[in-house]
Design a protein around this ligand. Sequence first.
Ligand SMILES: [Cu+2]
Length: 274
Amino acid sequence: MTNASVLLGLFVLPAIGPARMTLNVRSAPFVRVVATDYRLTLPTSLHAGLTTFRLVNQGRELHQLYLVRLSGDKSAADLVKAMKSGGPPPSWALDVGGPNGVDPGSTAPDVTVRLAPGHYAAVCVIPSADGVPHVMKGMYADLTVMQNAEQASLARSPDLTVTLQDYGYTTSAPITAGHHRLLVRNDGKQSHELELARLAPGKSPGDIPAWIEDMKGPPPAHFLGGVGPLAPGQENQLSLTLMPGHYVMLCFIPDVEDAKPHTAHGMIHDFVVR
Ligand SMILES: [Cu+2]
């Protein structure tokens, strides 16, 4: 699964978008990000425009690359401080996605994000077995996105759309085995994520949020990645290859009203790939 998606990603990325004759069109640049326990290694600055992120998890725990656009001169440390104090997400932080949680030793499917110029925090908010989110263990980094005269285009346009809502997922067509480019868009009123997992034999979708609570024993699923938290109206493209199996989409973001994870509000959607 992972190796296949990596190979396809490499194959697809250098291609130029169809019939785009503008001289300065190029395909989205590719950024490899390494996650360890507990560190995210990525460039400190990038150019604005479409950018494809590949997250390689070299740690022993689940990790994600969750990108947050900051306004008003805020830094990643300011975001961490705000997260520590709890309460609603700060108004100066905008969730813009990125590759979501992937198993230790695995590479997440590529995620393409349209980066606007400005300052960003890259974080991992997945908790350890002790319940402490990795961001509180130092797993955050600052990223500056610079103005860019060039325009990147998607190497290939999406073949499916996954819409995130309060609270659920809608796909434009059934997801089949093979390679797909999913446009993942949040049409809800609060942030949502798409964590993609493949169930282990004999496990059911509800076993996943139960396991996340204390992370005791073997995980009931393989965590394949997906798209990290997206604010309302935000979208990412997810390029992945699926083999037949029983999959689940989940959103663990705490609700703005009751702070329960969205899985408790029904944001857990299983589907079978044939
Ligand atoms: Cu959600």
